[in-house]
Design a protein around this ligand. Structure first.
Ligand code: HEM
Ligand code: HEM
Length: 413
């Protein structure tokens, strides 16, 4: 692997951090009208978070994780890294489309997004196809990465079809069918499964525990995937039946509970004394289970729960888990860039815990308030959540900024 290039593209991570901040700002200025289902301001926020913040972080981290986990080199690495540019631009254009700049933005945004995703996946699949699985390896990485990336591509293709319909294509009657399939593939098959899988390894540096195989990883990933497939089948025209969906929810919900237990055991009395990243991950586990409860409500016909479901799933479950891992892995990336590739400084030595804890409290208040007002059907109060979250983001940035200054003061290691 190239030793001088940062192992995760820093510009992608920085743009993801900016999208995170912007998403709170958007919430502060665009209350969600309390309508059944999701309004355009809600969809703008959903895609800024899901694509600009979460997926951008995930793809940037995958630039390191794919060759790192497989212990191989990228094929066409510059293509994978540069594809993040059209992906980011596409996110900006699509979100602007939902904010009303013009119907053209749906097509242009979706086109750039799909181009970026295909641009990332092509080298990823060539890398995986070239990889010779070492004898005796039990970990099905190739299957796992192909699975999550294919879910993303499929979700984006359905998103593109919907975007085209919103720009005037004659298949707008398909929107109602495509919407839940798209949301499940993107939020479940891509983002959730990726976090469930990658955390099977990344939870160990964050907690300072010695690496072992999480006892339930295989049951959790397979249970969640099985549940997702049943949910998708239960939504397909012709097959659609609530019994499939209830069974799917039971399986996926069971997987979420098991994940909570599995990760909580590793977090409990973790040897690494740097607690804030662990607290973020702990909170995300609770939001994951809450997501399943709200999903059950939507399946039972409570359409008003769709907005709190999307909110808590994205910023609670996925967002807090990404915050937790970023506070460890992002700081490690910064340390190696400032202090050199050989640096082994623990993030806890440079991060000011008071700043991280303040951001933790502000974010959790923002999420609880936001979920509460959406459940109560009072979307007009959502901007307070945006303000709390924005303050949390400033404190998070302050924490990263102070860590950077301390790393610079320490000098090269
Ligand atoms: C990967 C992360 C993504 C997530 C988590 C996500 C999530 C969602 C959600 C929750 C909805 C609303 C579903 C509902 O009302 O039941 C939605 C709708 C939509 N998404 Fe995405 N999405 C993602 C990616 C994309 C991409 C890549 C595109 C474009 C290529 C896209 C385009 C759309 C469009 C056009 C709609 C429909 C809006 C409407 O008909 O009112 N999404 N998405
Ligand atoms: C249905 C989905 C999945 C199944 C059936 C599955 C299965 C497995 C199995 C059999 C192992 C090896 C167990 C052993 O060593 O005995 C494993 C380990 C692992 N899997 Fe998965 N997995 C799934 C999803 C994922 C996903 C989506 C990812 C990430 C993209 C992932 C990441 C990992 C990691 C990091 C390990 C190794 C942990 C370590 O370093 O010890 N898995 N998985």
């Amino acid at each position: 692997m190239n030793e001088t290039k940062p192992w995760i593209p820093p510009f992608a991570l920085i743009s993801a951090l900016l999208a995170h901040g912007l998403s709170w700002l958007l919430l502060a200025f665009t209350p969600w009208p309390s309508v059944l289902g999701l309004s355009f301001p809600a969809l703008a926020w959903i895609h800024l978070v899901a694509l600009g913040w979460l997926t951008m972080t995930a793809l940037a981290v995958m630039v390191h994780v794919i060759p790192g986990f497989l212990d191989t080199d990228w094929a066409l690495e510059p293509v994978a890294r540069w594809s993040l540019l059209p992906f980011g631009l596409g996110t900006l254009v699509l979100v602007s489309g939902f904010l009303g700049i013009g119907a053209w933005a749906f097509q242009a945004g979706a086109g750039l997004l799909i181009g970026g995703i295909v641009g990332f996946m092509t080298p990823a699949f060539i890398t995986m196809a070239r990889y010779q699985v070492p004898k005796g390896t039990k970990v099905p990485y190739r299957f796992a990465f192909s699975l999550v990336l294919s879910a993303l591509l499929l979700a984006a293709t359905l998103g593109g079809l919907m975007a085209w319909a919103l720009a005037g294509a004659p298949w707008s009657h398909l929107l109602a069918t495509l919407l839940p399939l798209h949301a499940l593939l993107a939020g479940g098959g891509w983002l959730s499964l990726l976090i469930l899988g990658v955390s099977a390894r990344t939870i160990f540096p964050v907690t300072g525990r010695k690496r072992f195989l999480l006892p339930f990883h295989v049951a959790i990933s397979s249970g969640f995937l099985g549940g997702l497939i049943l949910l998708l089948l239960g939504l397909l025209p012709g097959l659609a039946h609530t019994a499939w969906r209830w069974l799917g929810l039971l399986l996926a919900g069971g997987a979420a509970l098991l994940y909570l237990i599995d990760i909580a055991k590793v977090l409990w009395k973790a040897p690494n004394p740097n607690r804030p990243p662990q607290a973020f991950i702990g909170a995300s586990l609770v939001y994951f289970v809450a997501t399943m409860v709200l999903g059950a409500g939507v399946n039972a016909g409570l359409s008003a729960w769709q907005a709190p479901l999307a909110f808590v799933a994205l910023v609670g479950w996925m967002g807090q888990s990404i915050n937790g891992y970023s506070l460890h892995i992002g700081i490690r990336l910064m340390l190696t860039m400032v202090r050199g590739d050989e640096d082994e400084t623990a993030p806890g030595e440079v991060v000011n815990p008071r700043w991280s804890w303040t951001s933790f409290v502000l974010f959790q208040s923002a999420i609880l308030w936001g979920t509460g007002v959406l459940l109560a059907g009072r979307g007009e109060w959502l901007p307070l959540s945006g303000i709390l979250g924005l303050l949390g983001w400033f404190w998070l940035m302050g924490s990263v900024g102070l860590a950077y200054r301390k790393a610079r003061l320490l000098g090269p290691s």
